[in-house]
Design a binder for this molecule. Structure first.
Ligand SMILES: [Zn+2]
Length: 310
């Protein structure tokens, strides 16, 4: 007789599949965080307040009033006039990025409200080829600036970018001049532009529109710079201060005006708009100029054209 007999019907416990990414490790303190919990906290670490990188859709949800965002320029798509190819064809990179992100390119633009105040906004997306600024991003930001000027409402650009898109060569670099010129036109009319710098904001983006805000606001701990640390060190031959490209260092040295926690961004922006614009600003609707509260209301409904209603 066998000492042990294999009995039928005893099931070994099956390995339960854990959905991908249910637990997230904090990049700063290493804490393991339950993703739904992190989502509730707008992707800010409960232990150390590290601000995780989030995509453009999340920023729309977190920084603007619920359901107030209406996308503009959604039909602007990238082209490849240089027929660029490195290890892959540029067109293949674009297709892959479009498929994984569901976006046409690395920025979305639209009309929205913040605490009831109308704004035009552009939001970059780091998940699309590193938030690189090519012709589409430049064009969208330029058009957003034009639209803010037409509607006479503040412009808000949320940057998240690795810099200019090298696959578009000089065409991407030209976007720096184009966006800066459009912002200058906005400034000439006295319409405020708020730049929000998130992690990371670097390269050509920093060297153009990201640093041109009337108020430059950073998220805590954001990496903000032009060239990488190693390149600067090699160029100037000097050791660089600790954390010199972090939002906090830049604020201490006058490059950033405010550092605002993700949870407080909407409220803070609302207050700044009140201070700089709502009182003195005049919004235009259907060719008419209104002011104050009426203007704000008019701008909110300006897309649903209602002739003779104002
Ligand atoms: Zn943490």
């Amino acid at each position: 007789m066998d000492w042990f007999k294999r009995r039928k019907g005893i099931a070994t416990s099956e390995k339960k599949a854990i959905p991908d990414g249910l637990w997230v490790k904090c990049n700063s303190c290493g804490e393991i965080i339950y993703r739904p919990e992190l989502q509730k906290r707008l992707f800010v670490c409960p232990k150390c307040e590290y601000h995780f990188r989030i995509n453009s859709k999340d920023y729309v949800e977190y920084f603007f009033d619920p359901d107030s965002f209406t996308e503009t320029g959604a039909n602007i798509k990238p082209a490849d006039p240089l027929r660029f190819r490195d290890t892959k064809k540029y067109t293949d990179r674009l297709k892959a990025a479009q498929k994984t992100t569901g976006l046409n390119d690395a920025a979305i633009t639209g009309d929205a409200t913040i605490e009831g105040k109308p704004v035009v906004c552009a939001i970059m997306d780091f998940t699309f080829i590193g938030g690189s600024m090519g012709s589409v991003v430049g064009e969208k930001i330029a058009r957003a600036a034009d639209r803010a000027r037409e509607r006479r409402v503040p412009l808000i650009v949320i940057s998240a970018s690795g810099g200019a898109r090298m696959m578009e060569s000089a065409l991407s670099l030209m976007q720096m001049a184009k966006t800066s010129a459009k912002l200058a036109q906005l400034a000439q009319e006295g319409i405020p532009y708020f730049s929000i710098l998130t992690d990371p904001t670097t390269g050509g983006t920093t060297a153009s529109f990201a640093m041109l805000g009337d108020v430059n606001i950073a998220e805590p701990g954001a990496l903000i710079g032009f060239a990488g640390q190693r390149v600067i060190k090699q160029t100037i031959g000097q050791d660089l201060p600790e954390g010199f490209q972090k939002a906090e260092f830049l604020k201490d040295h006058g490059f950033v005006d405010l550092i605002v926690h993700r949870w407080e961004m909407r409220e803070t922006l609302g207050k700044i708009i009140d201070l700089l614009w709502a009182g003195g600003g005049k919004a235009k609707n259907n060719g008419k100029v209104a002011s104050g509260e009426k203007a704000a209301k008019a701008s909110r409904s300006s897309d649903a054209v209602a002739p003779g209603k104002n």
